[in-house]
Design a protein. Structure first.
Length: 262
């Protein structure tokens, strides 16, 4: 599911301001479907902890995400991935994140710790397929507003899009897979789209993807977030070298505003 990770990373954005009333609710749970063409190839769950947890005396939310292959894709190559993070509930900066990946013959367990006193990131990783343990690695934080994937996604939901005009560009700083990234995204205004959870007005954004072997061009990914109090990530469309992939919200519960959709 590294392709999914790249898509999500492209959504992380470090905007000038966030809405005062954050679209975050403890216990929120989102269900997603990943498809390629007409075929469903995976399903995922995004879950926020029922209660706040404390880190450095600050209230934080714990996020856990699971992704599994489905349908024919599950027969050809089984994927069972777990992702997560502990991030500040107000600014979504990370204190800890993890990846536990099982993808066919590949596996990885990784734990990342963000230390703002020493301004360093510590990465511990291991693989059941390797006889020797991997060394612990440290990376210097040159900025305090560097997001991990999960906190960055929450930040993207909290941008005050009302202050953006069509064509405005927004910057981001992120750390993922032992690398620092500097991304941009372009805001494309509001449009109504038909989704699995109804016809909804959305903010449309296009992350500028760095050159890689997965996506077709720098504007290959489009992201829609609901233009309401929940700022739900409704749909991602990605033009890839092997075709177009979609990630769509199919159900949600315990959102901040409104009733459950199952």
């Amino acid at each position: 599911m590294k392709t999914v990770a790249l898509i999500l990373l492209g959504l992380i954005t470090n905007a000038q301001s966030m809405v005062k009333e954050k679209p975050v609710n403890t216990g929120e749970e989102l269900q997603f479907k990943l498809s390629y063409g007409w075929f469903t190839i995976g399903r995922g769950t995004f879950k926020i902890s029922d209660d706040y947890v404390l880190r450095d005396g600050k209230e934080c939310i714990e996020i856990n995400v699971s992704g599994r292959t489905a349908g024919l894709a599950g027969v050809l190559s089984k994927v069972d991935d777990q992702w997560g993070a502990v991030v500040d509930k107000d600014n979504f900066l990370p204190y800890y994140s993890y990846r536990d990946l099982s993808e066919g013959d590949y596996d990885l367990e990784e734990h990342v710790y963000f230390d703002y006193d020493s301004m360093r990131v510590k990465v511990e990783s291991s693989s059941a397929n390797e006889e020797e343990p991997r060394p612990t690695r440290f990376y210097d934080l040159e900025k305090t507003n560097v997001f991990d994937m999960m906190g960055g996604l929450m930040y993207a939901r909290s941008i005050d899009y009302r202050k953006l005009k069509n064509g405005d560009t927004v910057q981001l700083d992120a750390f993922f897979d032992k690398k620092f990234y500097d991304f941009e995204m372009i805001y494309h205004g509001i449009e109504m789209i038909k989704t699995k959870v109804g016809e909804i007005y959305c903010h449309k954004v296009v992350p500028i993807m760095q050159k890689n072997s997965v996506f077709k061009g720098e504007d290959a990914v489009t992201f829609w977030v609901s233009a309401d109090a929940n700022r739900l990530p409704l749909k991602v469309e990605a033009d890839m070298n092997f075709g177009t992939a979609y990630c769509e919200l199919t159900a949600y519960k315990n959102v901040k505003s409104g009733i459950d959709f199952n």
